[in-house]
Design a protein. Structure first.
Length: 563
């Protein structure tokens, strides 16, 4: 709560944040808008929360509806107003005003009304008061001067009593209210708007004026449902998100391996784009399943398929999401994009995320919103939820249908995402085969190779790339090429073995021939040696014979010894 004027909390989710504390204490606040925009519910919530949570009793003054109708109306939204009435913490004062019975004569004023209000306030010691609606109170006044004087007098009386007041008023032509004066004398003016655009209903709140304090000035979507009145200040989201260093698995081991085996950083925004039937929802479901396996919570927001259909389809790839839903770890919310306006969808999603507190959120698919509004509004809505998830450290998985291979998304979100997975169906040889491209993974070293994306009963697998002559091959073309390569390899091995056998045989024959020649050479050498030895012996013998003959001749010439 800021310094300056005191403020009283309304207990309305989101509104007290916008006003930095609630409505001005002890001062009147005007809530105006057309019929059906939620004025009475806003005022009732302010009064009931004051009595239930902040110890401030209150008086509800109605000039139109009966007390029993008001009790029944808020009961349908989960408020036990009758219980607070029985405990004398809230008093409903029904004041019926018949314009035909009011005569503006002389000094006629609302003194009797003030006495009645003062009695009701003193009866329970009220700190808060609601006047619903002011038009009914002043409908009998025909004199504008008297009307303005009494309006000022009423607002001054509320201030003198120190009552924190909420006054509801119908929106007028060219002004916030029919009288056109309440907005000037009120310290706080809140405008509720209920509009129809392209047959889609949208409720928005704007703080027109708030004296003495800062406040949000944009239009904010608000909800009226079984949980009451709630406002989400989505336009105040920023980029002050925390960065995480731990990595989380995608539930597909092969995809984790493409990122060094670690998966994406926690708190990342992951975009999965692809043509129809490429496996976007299946991959998103696996990531939600992986979160639940880690003991964390996951929120699955589907805009095309029902819970039962998604649970059944995921079983075909060995993933049972139903058990996580039953265990309370996975919450599945299905809603058509046309059920709410874009900002109302955002408000619902942010509220569900805040209540369930998941660690991972799946939006499947975000392209369903493209036809629900202008492209700029879709981008703004998605940007806000991306910022919200990052601010709370929640991993976001966004699937988006692509209509072409250029990969650019209709919503223009690819540049905002931390990671981007592209799934394509390639037609070849009369069949479609799925391929996965990891186009981006900020801060993570990742593979740039295309992988064949295969879904089977035991999950999702990414096959290593197979590059053929004409490019990457998948499906039956891959299997046929692998079979052809295996056959060619077998033929090459067989031919190699045959040639090796021939070489061995030729080598053996050559070796045998070499051995035969070597044997012949050995025999020849042996014969040559024998002949050489014989020749040498012959020559030696001849020499010896010659020497013996020569000696014998010398002896014959000399004759016998005559001595």
């Amino acid at each position: 709560m800021t310094e300056g004027i005191a403020k009283s909390r309304t207990g309305i989710e989101g509104f007290d944040d916008l006003t930095l504390g609630g409505l001005p204490s002890g001062r009147p606040s005007l809530v105006c808008g057309s019929a059906g925009c939620g004025k009475t519910l806003f005022a009732s919530t302010f009064l009931i929360n004051g009595a239930r949570h902040y110890g401030e009793t209150g008086v509800f003054v109605t000039f139109e509806e009966r007390p029993v109708d008001i009790v029944d109306n808020v009961q349908s939204l989960g408020f036990d107003l009758q219980g607070l009435i029985d405990q004398e913490r809230i008093l409903i004062e029904h004041i019926a005003i018949d314009p035909t019975e009011v005569a503006e004569v002389g000094d006629y004023d609302l003194e009797a009304l003030f006495l009645r209000l003062e009695f009701a306030v003193d009866q329970i010691g009220a700190k808060r008061i609601v006047l619903d609606t002011i038009e009914s109170l002043f409908s009998a006044f025909q004199n504008p001067a008297v009307l303005r004087a009494e309006i000022r007098r009423l607002f001054d009386w509320l201030k003198q009593k120190g009552l924190t007041a909420v006054i509801t008023g119908e929106r007028g032509d060219g002004s916030l209210t029919r009288q056109g004066l309440e907005e000037y004398v009120s310290d706080c003016v809140i405008l509720l708007d209920h509009r129809i655009d392209n047959q889609i209903s949208t409720r928005r709140l704007r703080i027109v004026k708030y004296r003495g304090t800062a406040h949000g000035t944009n239009e904010y979507p608000f909800l009226i449902d079984e949980d009451g009145f709630s406002v989400l200040p989505v336009s105040s989201l920023g980029l002050n998100h925390k960065v995480y260093d731990d990595r989380i698995s995608t539930g597909v081991a092969d995809l984790d391996d493409m990122m060094s085996g670690g998966g994406f950083y926690r708190g990342s925004s992951v975009l999965i784009t692809g043509v129809a039937g490429s496996g976007k929802s299946s991959l998103s479901g696996r990531m939600a399943d992986a979160a639940c396996r880690r003991g964390e919570r996951a929120l699955y927001l589907s805009f095309e398929e029902s819970e039962a259909q998604t649970v059944r389809n995921m079983k075909s790839i060995g993933t049972d999401l139903g058990r996580w839903i039953e265990a309370g770890q996975l919450r599945y919310i299905a809603a058509r994009p046309t059920f709410y306006s874009l900002e109302m969808h955002l408000a619902v999603m942010l509220r569900e995320i805040a209540r369930f507190k998941p660690s991972l959120v799946v939006l499947d698919p975000i392209s369903a919103f493209v036809g629900s509004g202008e492209l700029g509004e879709v981008q703004s809505m998605l940007l806000r939820i991306v910022d919200y998830l990052k601010s709370n450290g929640i991993t976001g998985v966004f699937s988006h249908i692509a209509h072409a291979k250029d990969a650019e998304t209709d919503a223009g979100l690819s540049s905002l995402m931390d990671a981007w997975i592209l799934l394509l169906n390639r037609e070849s040889n009369g069949e479609f085969n799925r391929e996965l491209y990891l186009l981006k993974a900020r801060g993570i070293a990742h593979s740039n190779q295309v992988r064949e994306f295969v879904m089977s009963n035991d999950g999702i697998h990414l096959l290593e790339p197979y590059l053929g002559v004409g490019g990457a091959l998948t499906g039956s073309a891959r299997r046929a090429e692998e079979a052809r390569v295996r056959l060619a390899e077998a033929n090459r091995r067989s031919e190699t073995a045959r040639m090796q056998d021939q070489i061995v045989h030729r080598r053996r024959r050559a070796q045998a021939q070499i051995e035969a020649l070597q044997a012949e050479l050995a025999a020849d050498e042996s014969e040559l040696k024998r002949m050489t030895d014989a020749e040498d012996a012959y020559l030696k013998q001849s020499q010896m014979d010659a020497e013996a003959m020569a000696l014998a001749r010398r002896l014959r010439r000399a004759g016998p010894d005559t001595k």
